[in-house]
Design a protein around this ligand. Structure first.
Ligand SMILES: [Zn+2]
Ligand SMILES: [Zn+2]
Length: 150
């Protein structure tokens, strides 16, 4: 669904306040989820293009790169961008450009905490939850098998 910008379209060149809150949740490949998208700024229309300037905010939840625990961060940055207005329309899709800006504002190497210990490479146990984890490869199974064959 597009955002109504008829007021801007009818007053080309004139800067008008642009406030937008998009409630919902947007998922990118099931890995990163963005919600609470907000834009607080102004815009103007010239020759079929909407120019926007303002503070773009969003909340991003994605898995920790080491242990996969969900990490939620807020993104807030001043942005200037433009969106082409489809011919004859008085609405534009601001969702996609805002999502893109929010995601690109955050460091992609997210960690749940600086010293996250990650997962055991053998069995996948979460080493934050089991700091004394010692992995035993399936030796016991072999012994059981040996007993069976005896
Ligand atoms: Zn982690
Ligand atoms: Zn293990």
């Amino acid at each position: 669904m597009g955002v109504d910008i008829s007021e801007l379209v009818r007053n080309p060149g004139r800067r008008l306040p642009l406030h937008l809150v998009l409630e919902g949740s947007w998922s990118e490949g099931g890995m990163r989820t963005v919600d609470r998208i907000a834009l607080d700024g102004e815009g103007f229309v010239q020759l079929g293009v909407l120019y926007v300037e303002g503070t773009v905010k969003g909340r991003v939840t994605e898995p920790c790169r080491r242990c996969l625990a969900p990490v939620t961060r807020s993104s807030e940055r001043f942005e200037a961008f433009e969106v082409r207005i489809p011919a004859g329309e008085e609405a534009v899709d601001l969702e996609s450009p805002l999502l893109r800006l929010i995601l690109s504002a955050l460091d992609p190497n997210v960690l749940c905490r600086e010293d996250c210990r990650g997962l055991c490479p053998v069995c996948g146990a979460n080493l934050n939850e089991e700091p004394d984890h010692v992995c035993h490869p399936p030796k016991e199974d072999r012994r059981t098998l040996g007993e069976l064959l005896r």
